[in-house]
Structure formats: C-alpha cells, structure tokens
Ligand binder design. Structure first.
Ligand code: NCD
Length: 334
C-alpha cells in the first residue's frame, strides 16, 4: 500500500461505517462527508480521469444479479482509478445454478481474500444480509425497489455541484416512485440535507402515504413544474410490476413526460436529472434530455467520483493499517 503524501487532506473524521447499505440510516453529516470525499476525489483525479493508487492491493468484487450498464461499469472504473483489482461475478455462469446458496457463494469469494463486495440484487435487504455474514465491506448497488445509495449520492452531488447548498431547494422526483430505489435514496438524502421534496406521478405509482414522511405528493406535473429547482425523471420500472399501473405508455407520457413545452413554464435555471437508462419519449423527451439544463451525463461522471469516495471509505485505510474496528484509521487520499 503506497504511503499517503502530505499534500492531500487526511481521512475524514466522522465516518464510522464498514458498509454502505442505504441512506436512510445515515446522518446529514455522514451524507455531507460522503459528498465532500467524492468532491475531493473528483479534484484529485482531474475530473475522474487520472489514476491514483490508494487502493492498490485491494480486490473489489462486483456481485450483480440484475442488469446494469452504468452502475457496474462505474464501480469497476472507480475501483481501477484507485488502483484496486476488480472481479466481475456473473450469477448465470456460477455454481449458484448448481444449487449453492447465495451466502455460501459469497463466503467462498470472501475466502479468496477480497476486500469489498458491490452487490445488486432484486431482493430488498440482500446487501444487509451479506453484511451480517461477511467480514468485508458491502456496498449496496441497488436492492430491488428498496435503495440505491450511490445513485442517490451522485444525484445529490450533481445538484450540489451546480447550485451549492441543497437547503431550501425544491426537488421534484417524477415517475414510478412505488418501484424506484433511486427515488427512495434521493428522498432520504435530500430531506436530510434540507431540500423540499415533491413526489409526482400517477396515483397508482405515488401513494398519498408518502406524506407521512413530510414530503409533498402531487399527481399533476404541470402544477409542480414552475415551483421546482430540480426535476429528477425516473423510469417506469416495468420489470417490477405485475400489472400495468396506467392504461397506456402514450397516456403516461402525455401526463408525466418532461417536454419542451413544460420546460417553458419552468424556472430558467431548472436542472434536469435522470438516473438512466432513459426512455426517450416516455419520462423525458429527447430535446429535454439533451438540453443545456440537463445534467444526465454529468451524473454519470459524478458517479465515478461518488464511487471512488465510497470505495475508499469502506475498504481503504482501515485494512491498510490492519485495523478491524469499524472506524477507519487516519490516512490520506494520495
Ligand atoms: C437505476 C437502477 O438500476 O435502479 N439505474 C441506474 O442504476 N443507473 C434506475 C433505473 O433502472 O431506472
């Protein structure tokens, strides 16, 4: 493990977690610390391009049981940019198909001397279960409709980078709130940082019960657009639905797609976000997805920064010093 050098900031005090499982249970200060760490990595890597070696000698395993383009690639690249080795595990070609249990599979990977597991699974709570059984860092890359903490962080990072403090900002999360892990992680992170959150979509996908968490619920996109500083446009998660929650995609798009017409009625500096994959013409029209206010590709770049920060906080200095306690030892980024 290379020695830290003096010109960069020390490992931040205030981080005491071995894993990143969700944003719901993090404090506002812990969320700020994750965002600040990501910002430092973005700077130290010249906008996420340059390689560092702070995780040299570490091995990260991507354990993905659901499809992924951005998240898996982003975790792999982030780990490599920090000098770690990465192994991509694919369930279909593994001994899971021979009847091996999920925990046994994971324990076998652990026995090969890995340092962290990045897990995506359709069952909510899978990362939490792994964290109970493994003695390595566990990072949730999406557990069913429950949470997707690094997506929530990268969305918030992108907003913060553009407009500064989140406090007082009005953020509309639009679309399939019922099945979106991105919506949940955004919701927890945004509320903790003092933003006002409006959940918007058809009643079949946005329950009025969300109001119990202190957020606003709306079924009328036209009514909320002029009030929002940020709109995060979420995909309809057809793969998680047994029945169609609306009569037709065309009708949905008519009511809930962000269009150029709707953009005309928005604040001039409205920011447009979408976690991807985007379905052009369903939750957002092509001209809005590609307009100057769209942060969609910035989000992808910032995903690298966030994941570098998360990997460093979960499997960096602590292992380097042989410390096994939850709190990492002091160290430096480079
Ligand atoms: C999200 C996911 O997988 O939950 N996408 C992502 O991670 N980039 C959102 C989605 O699939 O709609």
């Amino acid at each position: 493990m290379p020695h830290p050098t003096a010109e960069h900031e020390p490992f931040p005090a205030g981080w005491s977690h071995r894993h990143l499982l969700d944003l719901e249970r993090l404090s506002p200060d812990e969320i700020r610390l994750l965002l600040d760490t990501a910002a430092r990595f973005k700077e130290a890597t010249d906008g996420c391009r340059k390689k560092l070696s702070v995780l040299a000698g570490r091995t990260i395993v991507n354990l993905f049981f659901e499809n992924s383009t951005r998240t898996r690639t982003s975790f792999s690249l982030a780990a490599r940019r920090l000098g770690a080795d990465v192994v991509d595990f694919t369930a279909s070609g593994s001994s899971l198909s021979k009847g091996e249990s999920f925990i046994d599979t994971a324990k076998n990977l652990e026995a090969m001397g890995i340092d962290a597991v990045v897990v995506r699974h359709s069952t909510p709570g899978t990362p939490h279960l792994l964290a109970q059984h493994l003695d390595v860092g566990v990072i949730n890359a999406g557990d069913g409709p429950h949470e997707h903490p690094t997506q929530g962080l990268l969305d918030i990072f992108s907003i913060r980078e553009r407009r500064g403090d989140l406090a007082g900002a009005t953020v509309g999360l639009v679309g399939d709130i019922a099945h979106s892990r991105t919506a949940r992680s955004n919701l927890w992170g945004l509320v903790k940082l003092g933003a006002k959150v409006i959940l918007c979509g058809p009643p079949t996908l946005v329950s009025h019960r969300w109001r119990e968490l202190g957020v606003e619920v709306s079924h009328d996109l036209d009514a909320i657009v002029p009030r929002c500083d940020v709109l995060n446009l979420l995909r309809i998660q057809f793969e998680r639905q047994n029945t169609r929650p609306f009569p037709s995609v065309r009708e949905y798009a008519h009511l809930y797609a962000m269009t150029k017409d709707r953009l005309k009625r928005a604040k001039k500096d409205l920011l447009i976000l979408a976690p991807g994959p985007i379905n052009r013409g369903v939750e957002v029209t092509a001209d809005v997805a590609d307009c100057p206010q769209s942060l969609i590709l910035d989000q992808v770049t910032n995903g690298l920064a966030v994941r570098m920060g998360v990997l460093w906080l979960t499997c960096g200095p602590r292992v380097a010093t042989g410390e096994t306690a939850a709190r990492p030892a002091a160290g430096r980024i480079v």
